[in-house]
Design a protein around this ligand. Structure first.
Ligand code: ATP
Ligand code: MG
Ligand code: FE
Length: 340
């Protein structure tokens, strides 16, 4: 069975063809980074319009790269939640149209569950039950994942997502968007102990939560103090920039790793799966690998190319097909998270 999966939840237009044995026959990602760069963040209307332009070429390229024709596709899956409303609508409409035209089953998937399922695709072994950590541009949540669709939130950010804080701090430091990769690169030359930035809740073992908003403000005060400032015209010495970047990155990593370890302790679950763009961060990967290994746990972090948004996340549709959870043409875009 060959499944065409579509991903348009945020600012990546992506399509992939995946078999029911989790072989990825093709995966195409059209990034919109250059369109959003000058705004230092994703502009929803621009994202939706760009999806519209790129959606069909990306689908055709994915089918072509898999050496198939559209008629060889056995099912169509699409990430229909959560995400930006306009962006989601493009993918959902394309998927519904294709499913109708080809007369094939349609499967709507949860993008966040897909981020964790990427570990099952990459490691080719069952990952459930596990502690699932999703750290991305829009979310920073720790789940108890009992099965592909049974995710119980154990805790998460009470304000900004980790990726968002990377993007904002990078922007303050005059580093290019997206901020995660550029800030990490800058941090390589810095001292992670140069500045003692806050690590909210880290020493509070009663909760599995994060808060990155105050950390962002602390960095802002360190760079420019509390008054109004034009960050674009601010000149920051290269070494100071690298030290601030490294100290900020270390603070985020300490919180993410600390709470993941606490989740292992609290639940007694020793397998940890991580997905989302921030999981591409090297300092984070190394720190978590060390700590989980020290506790005798099993760690699966999605490989770099499966961390940020891509359509291989849609492989979770296979589990839905197996469970008989197929959708019909009433499938809709659901921008917000429905907590059950
Ligand atoms: P969500 O999955 O919550 O809907 P999203 O899809 O926008 O949000 P992803 O594409 O999964 O998020 O991740 C993008 C985020 O990952 C951006 O905020 C980016 O800065 C961050 N990121 C990417 N690479 C790195 C890195 N090496 N270090 C830290 N952050 C990174
Ligand atoms: Mg993106
Ligand atoms: Fe994502």
């Amino acid at each position: 069975m060959k499944i065409l999966t579509l991903e348009t939840t945020c600012d990546e237009t992506a399509a992939a063809v995946i078999t029911d044995e989790l072989n990825v026959l093709s995966s195409v990602v059209a990034s919109q980074d250059e369109l959003h760069q000058k705004f230092a963040g994703v502009v929803p209307e621009i994202a939706a319009r760009a999806h519209l332009e790129r959606c069909l070429p990306v689908i055709h390229e994915a089918v072509h790269k898999a050496n198939l024709e559209l008629s060889d596709i056995d099912a169509v899956a699409v990430a229909h939640m959560p995400g930006l409303a306009g962006s989601l609508l493009v993918g959902v409409t394309a998927a519904k149209t294709l499913a109708w035209l080809l007369d094939r089953p349609l499967i709507g998937i949860n993008h966040l569950q897909g981020h964790i399922y990427a570990c099952q695709v990459a490691f080719k072994k069952p990952i459930f039950p596990c502690i699932g950590l999703i750290i991305s541009g829009g979310h920073s949540t720790i789940y108890h994942c009992r099965s592909p669709f049974d995710f119980e939130p154990l805790g998460g950010t009470i304000d900004d997502a980790a990726g968002e804080s990377f993007d904002k701090v990078a922007s303050m430091l005059g580093l290019p968007y997206p901020g995660g990769p550029s800030l990490s690169k800058c941090a390589l030359n810095g001292d992670p102990k140069a500045y003692a930035f806050p690590r909210p809740f880290l020493n509070d073992s009663s909760r599995l939560d994060f808060s990155f908003s105050g950390l962002k403000t602390a960095v802002r005060y360190e760079i420019a103090g509390p008054g109004a400032v034009d960050f674009k015209s601010l000149v920051i010495d290269d070494q100071r920039k690298a030290d601030i970047a490294a100290s900020f990155e270390q603070a985020v990593v300490d919180c993410l790793v600390g709470k993941t370890m606490l989740a292992m302790q609290k639940t007694g679950i020793s397998r940890v799966c991580v997905g989302g763009g921030v999981a591409a961060n090297r300092r984070f990967r190394e720190a978590l690998e060390q700590r989980v290994a020290a506790e005798g746990g099993e760690l699966m972090i999605a490989p770099m190319h499966l961390c940020t948004d891509n359509a291989v996340l849609g492989a979770i549709a296979i589990e839905k097909i197996k469970a008989g959870q197929v959708d019909d043409l009433s499938l809709d875009a659901v921008p917000g998270l429905i907590r059950s």
